[in-house]
Design a protein around this ligand. Structure first.
Ligand code: SAM
Length: 420
């Protein structure tokens, strides 16, 4: 039975289903759900994510993980648990760059790729790498870091709308054989409680998305870890910004197919991605409730800049790469920090039983700056997309205009949906 047939069957059985239940089937139904039937990421997919854009992303995360390993007194194993690891490309980039870092760091690593779908073999080159197929986080006693990239945005979300009658939920039903949106009383009291807890009242007519699985997600992560860090990288905003009626009156739910963004989730069921921006205020709160300390929230642009990405960009000018390779590498590195794109992604850092250390990615430090200067610049491989080939991403002139990061720039870019 296809994803759409399953949606229709459930509606016939129950009259209507929540948008979250619809999204769960559309994305993850074993036969023809979006994520179960394709590899969505890359030039030939529907969108791309930072690991596919340039290996500098994984390399600088390896540098950040190296500091965490030191802060934890160099445990072996130091476990990197990556939920939503997908194809394992980030695992490959982090693992191969870890070998360039000092001491026994690489030898101490145990990398665990966790996903609810199988997406090809992992090539980490590390002594200890595991792939785990699971929906939750079935671990205990870890020391290390739980690291995710675009994991939270792939969770089903509830949709709500504020009416003159109070907060209502969006359901999916059938009218004359067509799938339609309906509104009704909220299916779960936690929907209204989320907005009350945030101190936010939606405007009349405003639509918003709510991820109710955030609490369970951070509880699972906290329970998995004895001591260590959590880095959650995703596109999203603080709650005040995300639910701002002036800027996001219709919410942030979008669909992706072949790099084209639309907002029609009820069509092309199972062949397009459906996603919504992450509420990082609630993610941090879910962590605090699970006894994870919030260490900081920065943009990807700030994080990579604090880890001295700029030096690698400068250094690329002097390498012996062919002009075309040079251009592709520069375009990739710059795309990682592009305003209104990947550069506006957020990185939430949390810790368990680690105190409040100053992480290199959150604050500029001489130590990280000097270390990165001593390391080789990673360059594109055949597993990455080459931006000049893969899609048109704007001219060099445009890139030069926004990098390097200047003091006067704020962490928030102009409004708009970051490209994925
Ligand atoms: C947008 S993709 C990101 C893949 C990869 N992290 C990247 O950056 O390219 C989201 C991934 O999260 C996985 N995922 C979603 N919900 C999950 C869950 N509850 N447990 C484990 N994996 C999940 C999906 O199967 C998918 O591989």
């Amino acid at each position: 039975m296809s994803a759409e047939s399953e949606v229709r069957r459930r509606i016939q059985e129950r009259v209507r289903i929540t948008f979250a239940a619809f999204m769960e089937i559309a994305l993850y139904w074993p036969r023809g759900g979006y994520y179960t039937s394709r590899e969505p990421i890359g030039a030939h997919g529907d969108y791309y994510t930072s690991p596919a854009v340039h290996p500098a992303f994984g390399a600088l995360l390896a540098v950040q993980l190296y500091q965490m390993w030191q802060l934890l007194d160099r445990p072996a194993p130091f476990t990197i648990l990556e939920p939503g690891a997908g194809s394992g490309l980030l695992c490959r980039d982090i693992s191969s760059y870890a070998k360039k870092l000092p001491g026994d760091f690489a030898a101490s690593l145990h990398y665990v790729c966790l996903d609810r779908r199988i997406a090809g073999p992992i090539e980490s080159g590390l002594a200890k790498t595991s792939r785990v197929l699971a929906d939750g986080v079935p671990f205990r006693g870890l020391q290390g870091c739980v690291l995710s990239n675009e994991y939270l945005d792939a969770f089903p979300v509830h949709q709500v709308v504020m009416t003159t009658d109070g907060l209502k939920e969006v359901y999916i039903g059938l009218e004359d054989g067509k799938l339609v949106e309906l509104t009704g009383e909220p299916s779960d009291p936690r929907l209204a409680a989320r907005f009350e807890g945030l101190g936010i009242t939606l405007a009349q007519g405003q639509t918003a998305e709510v991820n109710l699985t955030l609490d369970r997600c951070y509880q699972d992560i906290a329970a998995a870890m004895d001591r260590g860090f959590v880095l959650s990288i995703d596109y999203g905003r603080t709650a005040q910004d995300l639910y701002d009626p002036e800027r996001r009156f219709r919410g942030t739910l979008v669909t992706y197919q072949q790099h084209i963004q639309t907002d029609s989730p009820l069509t092309r069921i199972g062949s397009q991605d459906i996603t919504a921006q992450v509420d990082f205020t609630s993610a941090a709160q879910a962590g605090e409730d699970a006894r994870l300390d919030t260490l900081g929230l920065v943009t990807q642009r700030e994080f990579l800049s604090n880890l001295n990405l700029d030096y690698w960009l400068q250094y690329l000018r002097d390498t012996s790469l062919l002009p075309r390779q040079m251009q592709a590498n520069r375009a990739g590195i710059l795309d990682l920090v592009r305003p209104e794109g990947l550069g506006d992604f957020k990185i939430l850092a949390q810790g368990k039983n680690v105190g409040k250390p100053e992480l290199w990615g959150l604050n500029q430090s001489t130590e990280a700056t000097e270390l990165v200067k001593s390391l080789p610049v990673p360059t594109l491989t055949d597993r990455h997309i080459s931006l000049p080939d893969g899609r048109s991403s704007g001219s060099e002139v445009e890139f030069e205009a926004f990098w390097p990061l200047t003091d006067s720039e704020t962490s928030e870019g102009p409004d708009g949906m970051p490209s994925r």
